[in-house]
Design a protein around this ligand. Structure first.
Ligand SMILES: [Zn+2]
Length: 338
């Protein structure tokens, strides 16, 4: 598990003195900057038997197990839905919407209680990684609280979230907070090119500077959705609300909301200072749409989109959500109509 280039210095500083590591660390920052990768690299570094400047050597037995995903002193907890998504990334078969859990359940936290209280296999640290921490069900959070209150020695608990404010204050207050920032553009672009991402600048801008999100957005299917959403939002006559929303299903709604949010935020930017941040290739269209827009309504929509993004992981009805947001977009950009 090698660290992302822009995380190496922070990891080295953090792991310089293992004896002074906190027992719990809450890692937070914008989506798509590699927080989980940071946490995994930190876990690998802590468990490594011959770490160099805090970083995992990649050669020792511990590093070998870690890279195989079966280190006995490491556990990673995610919501069931996320675990299934990983398994089913290939070959998207049509399957009934069964109740996949998007929360981390209390049973999952209880199941690692033994892991945390036993002696370690390798007579070193044991590391528990939990993400996204904002997905902790309140009961699960309470179960975790007990471990956080009386941490066993040589235990490191890593919580990762893009939304620290959504965690119970009792959880937050028992962790040391670590804010990860967006990497320097130069570092991010170098990494994206190394990953063979086409049009790295455009992808990075679209992702608001977050490299892992940029790589995801550059995938052909993602790029196609973006193209369609942007084409729809660019129409001088407004978006075709009903027919466009009909194509927004559950897997796409979260991204749809992301594109609409970044577009609206760019409209506001263009009106105020002239240059878009995310949709840099659409500057002239944005300028045209922004000219007729009702600023008050745009600000209102921007707030609504922030809320919609929070709920997008499990919206009641993706099509209705999309329809409602597109109607609000049309009202905000086509001028005041009753
Ligand atoms: Zn090692």
């Amino acid at each position: 598990m090698s660290a992302l280039p822009w995380h190496r210095d922070a990891l080295t500083r953090l792991l310089a003195d293992r004896a002074r590591l906190p027992h719990a660390l809450l890692i937070h920052g914008a989506p798509g900057i590699g927080k989980v990768e940071f946490a995994r690299a930190m876990a690998a570094g802590v468990l490594c038997e011959s770490a160099r400047a805090g970083l995992a050597c990649g050669q020792c037995p511990s590093c070998h197990w870690f890279s195989q995903g079966n280190h006995p002193d490491f556990r990673e907890i995610v919501p069931e839905a996320a675990a299934e998504d990983d398994e089913e990334a290939e070959g998207e078969a049509v399957r009934p919407e069964k109740a996949k859990s998007v929360v981390i359940k209390v049973d999952q936290v209880r199941a690692v209680a033994d892991f945390v209280s036993l002696t370690t296999h390798r007579a070193g640290f044991r590391v528990l990684l939990l993400h996204p921490a904002d997905a902790l069900h309140p009961n699960a959070a309470n179960a975790l609280l007990k471990t956080l209150e009386e941490p066993p020695p040589h235990t490191l608990i890593l919580l990762v979230t893009s939304y620290p404010a959504r965690l119970l204050p009792t959880i937050r207050s028992r962790c040391r907070l670590l804010a990860l920032g967006t990497p320097e553009t130069r570092d991010a672009l170098a990494w994206l090119r190394e990953q063979s991402v086409d049009e790295a600048e455009t992808a990075l801008a679209a992702a608001g500077g977050a490299p892992l999100l940029a790589r995801e957005l550059a995938q052909p299917e993602e790029a196609e959705l973006r193209r369609r959403v942007v084409a729809e939002l660019s129409k001088p006559s407004g978006a075709d609300t009903l027919s466009f929303a009909a194509a927004i299903d559950r897997p796409r709604v979260e991204r749809f909301v992301y594109w609409l949010q970044t577009w609206v935020s760019d409209l506001l930017l263009v009106r105020m200072s002239g240059a878009p941040r995310h949709h840099v290739g659409s500057a002239s269209v944005l300028a045209a749409r922004a000219k007729s827009a009702d600023m008050e309504a745009l600000f209102e929509l921007d707030r609504e989109l922030a809320e919609a993004r929070r709920l997008a992981a499990h919206p009641l009805n993706p099509r209705l959500v999309a329809e409602h947001l597109l109607m609000a977009y049309n009202r905000a950009t086509l001028g005041a109509k009753p």
